[in-house]
Design a protein around this ligand. Structure first.
Ligand code: NAI
Length: 385
């Protein structure tokens, strides 16, 4: 059976890590399904390659295809300098309403970490991707817009805003908060995970971040009432087999992630909190280089390497394909091929245990042998049977 997956190779190290990733994913799927399922890979153009071939960094054909697609995977895309589009990633996120940014964070044995027990970190981050202070509603200090908005807020709402301030707006809606939390709870249910934690600053920002918390509990109660229970009401008797819904103030959550990581499983967060905790947790397990990710709408799942184009490493066959590979594993899991996904992950675990890794990882390990990006791919393929 054939399954269509669209791919964008990306800029910088994109082509190199993609060249390694695709055969590993094919091998894993073939081994796990005895050749019964194959991916029909269809390339879409974006970034520098698209500009070279079509004159546009994000051609209409790519947009039209993605609008109807359900699964795609992409390498990193550079931000065009001096072009019309500020960031291709942001453009795609907005065009396709990819409202949930999902990042599983776990440690791989052998990777050096700044904490004593990185193995206790096993969390899946659900970050809201479309609202909050990241919505882009911001006015420069002393601009006509900032002056006008400041005047309205002072005159009509009695707000105290210093003259000449820059002003940003933080919109957060029940609709967007709920659809994000809904996805997080559904994920916890699908993967039999013990808890979903709403991470917010509702103690200070009562209506935006506090709204996120309240709407989150509302979704849990109204749509998942039979399989969830709020932490405050949970007892050992009444919470058996149920997903505990917790909430934590964002600053406390950063402490908790370091002090009691094993007590957290799925995290649901507004955009800004989610951005911060994604990098903090990735660092806790040994850096961003290996973090997989996906951005999802209700119809499209766009899997991606979470790092950038690493221009200084490009063309040298030295980059670590781990992030794209693990995003590919996440994609296989999303497609229902859990055993294939596990094969990709255990091949990576095996290569790390053998200490045959790319230079970024080797630099952090004792006695490791540095292998090239393509050689790392060959090692993984040999491990997949
Ligand atoms: P970057 O992630 O490309 O590089 C940061 C550092 O990590 C560099 O030292 C780089 O060599 C290293 N690095 C990154 N990925 C690596 C890998 N797979 N293997 C080995 N080393 C790796 O971030 P930077 O330099 O801030 O951004 C470069 C370009 O990438 C910019 O144009 C930026 O806009 C874009 N970018 C794209 C992203 C995406 O497509 N999702 C995400 C982040 C940045």
């Amino acid at each position: 059976m054939k399954h269509t997956v669209y791919w964008i190779e990306g800029d910088g190290i994109g082509p190199e890590i993609w060249k390694v990733t695709r055969p590993v994913l094919d091998a894993a799927l073939s081994a796990a399904t005895r050749g019964e399922h194959v991916i029909d890979w269809v390339e879409l153009l974006a970034g520098e390659k698209a500009t070279r071939l079509t004159g546009s960094p994000l051609p209409q054909e790519t947009l039209d295809t993605l609008a109807k697609a359900s699964i795609a995977i992409k390498g990193p895309l550079g931000t065009p300098v001096g072009g019309g589009i500020r960031s291709l990633n942001v453009a795609m996120r907005q065009t396709f309403d990819l409202y949930a940014c999902i990042r599983p964070v776990r440690w791989f044995e052998g990777i050096s970490s700044p904490v004593k027990h990185p193995e206790l970190v096993n969390m899946v981050i659900f970050r809201e991707n479309t609202e909050d202070v990241y919505a882009g509603i911001e006015y420069q200090a002393e601009s006509a817009e900032a002056e006008k908005l400041g005047n309205i807020l002072r005159a009509e709402f009695g707000a105290k805003i210093r003259e000449g301030s820059a002003i940003g707006v933080k919109p957060m809606s029940a609709f967007c908060s709920k659809r994000l939390v809904r996805r997080a709870i559904q994920y916890a249910a699908d993967h039999t995970l013990p808890s979903v934690t709403l991470v917010h600053k509702g103690n200070i920002m009562k209506f935006t971040e506090g709204g996120f918390r309240a709407w989150g509990y509302e979704v849990a109660r109204e749509e998942f009432g039979d399989i969830t229970i709020p932490e405050k009401e949970a007892t050992p008797e009444n919470s058996k087999g149920k997903i505990i819904i917790k909430d934590r103030i964002a600053d406390a959550m950063f402490q908790e992630a370091l002090l009691h990581p094993s007590q957290y499983s799925v995290l649901a967060l507004p955009n800004l909190n989610g951005d911060y905790i994604s990098d903090a947790l990735a660092a806790q397990v040994g850096g961003l280089g290996m973090a997989p990710g996906v951005n999802m709408s209700d119809t499209l799942a766009l899997f991606e390497a979470t790092h950038g184009t690493a221009p200084t490493a490009a063309g040298k066959d030295i980059a670590n394909p781990g992030s794209l590979l693990l995003s590919g594993a996440l994609m296989l899991e999303h497609m229902g091929f859990t055993a294939a996904a596990e094969k990709v992950r255990s091949a990576i675990v095996g290569a790390i245990a053998d200490k045959t890794v790319t230079q970024d990882l080797a630099a952090e390990m004792d006695g490791a042998q540095t292998v090239s990006c393509s050689e790392f791919g060959n090692i993984l393929r040999k491990k997949i049977v």
